[in-house]
Design a protein around this ligand. Structure first.
Ligand code: PLP
Length: 420
């Protein structure tokens, strides 16, 4: 193992990120299970990309058959590609009519920002101050952007949240108003700086640590953006494809986006992403940018993407995620009563965050959260951390996770709580 680790660092660079104090060497996967070189089985509560399960037979078969038949780029007509995109946009609300496929979430968010600027003829983009939408030079301007700082036409607003509110002693309604006032001022501040083009939001504030915003924040904030002539871009790269117990995160968060970005789970690990909007907006984008990506819109992408849609629909995973997730949430909330280090338990469907704190405070306990991650790993359970402070335990298993898996997890979690 350490020999492989040395070689890894030598060829990948010393800071190539790896999880865990002792990194895990995996060799196979099946459904919600991963296996290491010794044959130990780990229950996967982390990986959202293999959404319909590791090594899903239908995805594998579709890919193999298509690879053995034809794979070409997007400058030829192909029935499978057109049908896939028709199905994809058909899963959204009526305003989402056309899509451009890409190979990464970053590509989809980058296209969306460029589209918003092209369509509105304005420049200003707003995001939250604890977000992540990708790593290109354009999109990384949205990462770690403090409120009040302007970075090449991008500004942030405070992440809306009840657990660690931006001001103490306010009612939920007053807190909502404070956030809306800040948004209004931020939109206004673009007036003499290229104008306001739109706001990009993860529909469930995933990288922010899944905070619960004040009630109606999504509805009111998105209405304010639209009133100001801006576009709402929903980043569904993490939130989409049944993760929240609905097809799309924006459905549970109760807003209607103009543009949608999709990625991670789309191809169950085969790179597929998409930026979708009205036909008119996509046409304007295409006219202005002549967008092309060698590997996107291929029959192979369509084969993987179609198999994922078929699996989600045929196995009724939207309802399964909602039901299993609700029961897991109840079990964790019950544990929270006895364990004050579980400061806040929140989330939707099979995306649950546990905000780990110094007991009886809201102070983030990053070390304690990391100890839980390591302790669970020693009991063959894999999960991770997320959030503004890196202290939120991130429970985000493949969608095919069932009650029996949740029970295994809760038992192991209780043991770790006793040890922590
Ligand atoms: C919400 C969100 N948007 C976009 C991205 C970027 O996706 P990718 O890594 O495929 O470029 C990520 C990646 O973690 C993400 O979490």
């Amino acid at each position: 193992m350490s020999e492989l680790l040395d070689r890894h660092h030598r060829v990948m660079g010393d800071h190539a990120p790896l999880f865990y104090e002792e990194p895990l060497t995996l060799c196979s996967g099946d459904g919600v299970w991963l296996k290491n070189l010794n044959g130990d089985r780990y229950l996967d509560l982390y990986n959202n990309v293999p959404c319909v399960g590791h090594a899903n037979p239908r995805v594998v078969q579709n890919l193999a058959e298509q690879a053995a038949t034809l794979n070409i780029h997007s400058r030829y007509l192909h029935e499978g590609v057109v049908t896939y995109v028709e199905r994809l946009v058909g899963l959204h609300h009526d305003g989402i009519e056309s899509a451009i496929l890409g190979c990464s979430g970053t590509e989809s968010t980058e296209m969306a920002i460029t589209l918003a600027r092209t369509v509105t003829g304005r420049r200003g983009i707003i995001c939250t101050d604890a977000t992540y939408h990708g790593n290109s030079s354009l999109v990384s301007r949205l990462s770690g952007l403090p409120v009040g700082v302007e970075r090449s036409g991008v500004k942030s607003i405070s992440t809306p949240q009840l657990f660690r509110p931006i001001a103490n002693g306010l009612s939920e309604t007053e807190l909502l108003q404070k956030h809306l006032d800040q948004l209004e001022a931020t939109i206004g501040s673009f007036a003499d700086q290229g104008g306001f083009a739109g706001m990009m939001l993860c529909s469930i504030l995933a990288n922010e640590g899944l905070p619960n915003p004040p009630a109606r924040w999504f509805a009111e904030a998105t209405a304010m953006v639209k009133d100001a002539g801006g576009l709402i871009i929903a980043d569904e790269v993490q939130a989409g494809f049944a993760r929240s117990g609905s097809w799309w995160g924006y459905e549970v968060s109760d807003f209607t986006p103009d543009v949608v970005c999709m990625g991670k789970p789309m191809g169950n690990g085969f790179p597929v992403s998409a930026m979708a909007a009205s036909h008119e907006m996509v046409t304007k984008f295409r006219e202005a940018h002549r967008y092309f990506n060698t590997f996107a819109s291929s029959p192979l992408q369509a084969a993987a993407g179609s198999a994922v849609l078929d699996e989600i629909i045929d196995r009724d995973l939207v309802h399964q995620v909602s039901d299993v997730g609700a029961r897991l949430m109840t079990a964790l909330t019950e544990l929270q009563r006895e364990h004050p280090q579980m400061g806040d338990v929140r989330g939707l469907g099979l995306f649950i965050g546990i905000d780990w704190v110094t007991p009886d405070t809201t102070n983030p306990d990053v070390v304690g959260a990391q100890r839980m991650v390591e302790s669970l790993k020693s009991r063959f359970i894999l999960l991770g951390k997320a959030g503004q402070h890196g202290n939120v335990l991130k429970i985000r298993p493949p969608l095919v996770f069932e009650d029996k898996h949740a029970e295994l997890f809760v038992e192991a979690f209780k043991d770790c709580l006793i040890d922590s």
